[in-house]
Design a protein around this ligand. Structure first.
Ligand code: HC1
Ligand code: SF4
Length: 569
């Protein structure tokens, strides 16, 4: 029989790569800092050691299970070794947990608590290295690094960039960008993927919570929030709800209680992006020029393209991202409608993404007096904001978004998951190009979490080929093939983060089973789409109203001025 015995339980084997995976099947949570199922196995943290009868002590992450193995995850030798291991980590680590950004969210803290560590028998590191606060999105604190290498492998394997590496030796060993440079001086695209996998506070999101409170508490300011598609299926995780549970209405209520004057839905401006981007695509298809058209709503992808693919910049859609479109609508339309000067209006976006902090500060989205988006709060910071306001999130009565710009369509909500922008554009372009009603709005071919998905859609006589890719390392491989003429597509959607925005670097941490968390968040967004009364952007009364009252028609002069952008290498 192909099975192992683990802590006395018989567990059948079914192709598991390592003992960690087998243990997970038996609901045994072996501790680890450096194992992630979507990264290569590094085997350095030594937390996942187990005792295998006849074989001795072995790391569970890099030991394949063999039939008949008898495994103990908590023998007295293992407990002692693991405890000592944590003490070594703590000896080399700042221990000011109460004021740490990761307090209650830190894996080292959790492990110390789980193992009941009450004293550290070894000395404490006193030498301190300055923090790196140069990035728009992250703060790097080398004093909190435990050398697990998660950030090194994340940036290399998922992003294909390789910002970090190990340097120095012995007690001075550290992980840092090349030549000790700051994050702002290297090729970092601000995506936060390293931070979301960092087990401690060596890499954290740069917080704008204080700035948000200041604006909210200032009676002269008119504070408007927009909520990104992906955060609605993740914020609940911090309050004990399962990933994927849709808490849109509760988030609106929480923000209103906190003191936001208006709360809107970024899905609405995602509808705007869809229409502006699809019209651009239709024109290019008709003229057969600048194809493939690449999406441009992911700021990390845009920055990466600007640095590495100057020859493709005119292929990027010029439609601004939904965040920036809403920022522009808030400052140039809402403020006027409400009779409030844009300078007094503070636009706050609630995003899954750390890179949106960078996007909001791009000079083209600012004039001399004000920026279109003033403050970007990630989901993590929003949770902090809600907690600091003494709100019992689970007990909140859900509320709708403010009218008239509140309502987004199901297509807009899908922007938060990889493939969603494509599906939204297809829902629109199909009807525009064929003149027929799209009966089945779901495009199943573009869904899923596979690295690259491709589909061919018939628009009357024209077949349109689309590709969807997530993770910049995957994107680089795909683009190489397109450049080499091995593949052809008319439309390519690129998202930096695995899963799309549901895997954003500012989301709740998704520990211990990140791939499962992503799957559930994706299901949550597909469910939210199904529940939407309107599922195609062209059917949205709110969109019609905005074009009637302000923009005239898609790609009009006004739309170009307020909703489009340009890129520079
Ligand atoms: Fe996203 Fe987007 S989907 S980029 O992933 O186009 O951040 O959710 O808000 O702007 O709508 C992020 C999410 C988000 C934009 C939209
Ligand atoms: Fe690499 Fe993204 Fe981290 Fe920058 S933020 S170092 S690009 S993983």
């Amino acid at each position: 029989k192909r099975a192992v015995i683990i802590d006395g339980q018989e567990v059948p084997l079914n192709g598991e790569k390592n003992i960690l995976e087998v243990a997970k099947k038996a609901n045994i949570d072996i501790p680890t800092f450096c194992y992630h199922s979507d990264l290569s196995v590094y085997g350095a943290c030594r937390m996942c050691i187990v005792e295998v009868e006849g074989r001795g002590i072995l790391p569970a992450c890099s030991t394949p299970p063999e039939p008949g193995m008898i495994i103990h995850t908590n023998s007295s030798r293992i407990l002692k070794a693991r405890k000592m291991n944590i003490e070594f980590y703590l000896a080399n680590h700042e221990r000011d947990c109460t004021t740490c950004e990761k307090n209650l969210n830190c894996r080292l803290q959790e492990m110390a608590s789980r193992m009941g560590i009450r004293e550290v028998r070894f000395g404490e590191r006193t030498e301190k290295v300055p923090r790196d606060v140069s990035s728009f999105s992250l703060v790097r604190n080398p004093n909190r690094c435990i050398l697990c290498g998660d950030c090194v492998r994340t940036c290399q394997e998922i992003e294909g960039i390789g910002v970090y590496d190990f340097s120095h030796r012995g007690s001075r060993a550290t992980v840092e960008p090349a030549f000790g440079k700051s994050l702002a001086e290297v090729e970092c695209v601000y995506c936060g993927q390293c931070a979301i996998r960092c087990p401690t506070a060596a890499l954290v999101v740069k917080s704008e919570v204080d700035a948000a409170w200041e604006a909210i508490l200032d009676p002269d300011k008119f504070v408007v929030a927009q909520i990104a598609p992906a955060v609605r299926v993740a914020i609940g995780e911090a309050f004990g709800l399962p990933p994927g549970e849709i808490t849109t209405g509760k988030i609106v209520t929480a923000l209103k209680k906190i003191g936001f004057d208006r709360v809107y839905d970024t899905s609405f401006s995602a509808d705007l992006t869809t229409i502006e981007e699809a019209e651009e695509f239709i024109k290019r298809l008709q003229k057969n020029e600048r194809l493939p058209q690449f999406t441009s709503c992911c700021p990390s992808w845009v920055l990466f393209a600007e640095r590495n693919y100057p020859f493709y910049l005119e292929h990027l859609s010029t439609a601004r991202s939904p965040q920036q479109m809403f920022g522009s609508v808030i400052k140039n339309f809402v403020a006027k409608q409400e009779g409030i000067a844009p300078e007094r209006t503070v636009s706050v976006s609630i995003m899954p993404c750390t890179s949106k902090k960078f996007e909001a500060r791009r000079p083209e989205f600012k004039n001399q007096k004000y920026a279109d988006v003033d403050i970007v709060l990630t989901a993590q910071e929003t949770i902090q904001l809600i907690r600091s306001a003494n709100i019992d999130f689970n007990e909140l009565e859900p509320q709708p978004f403010d009218v008239p710009l509140g309502a987004g369509t199901g297509a807009g909500v899908l922007f938060g998951v990889t493939g969603g922008v494509t599906e939204a554009v297809l829902r629109y372009a199909y009807e525009r190009l064929t003149g027929e009603e799209l009966k089945k709005v779901e495009f199943e071919q573009v869904r899923g979490l596979g690295a690259v998905r491709v589909a061919e859609v018939e628009f009357g006589t024209r077949k349109v080929k689309v590709a969807i890719v997530h993770g910049l390392a995957n994107a680089q491989r795909l683009i190489q093939e397109i450049r080499a003429g091995k593949r052809y597509y008319d439309f390519v959607e690129v998202m930096n983060c695995p899963g799309g925005c549901i895997g954003g670097g500012g989301m709740p941490l998704g520990y211990p089973d990140y791939p499962e968390v992503l799957r559930k968040r994706a299901q949550g967004l597909y469910h939210a789409d199904r529940l939407s009364p309107v599922r195609k952007p062209q059917d949205s009364p709110t969109i019609k109203l905005l074009y009637e009252r302000w923009l005239k028609e898609p790609n009009s002069e006004i739309a170009e001025r307020f909703l489009h952008t340009r890129f520079s290498s």
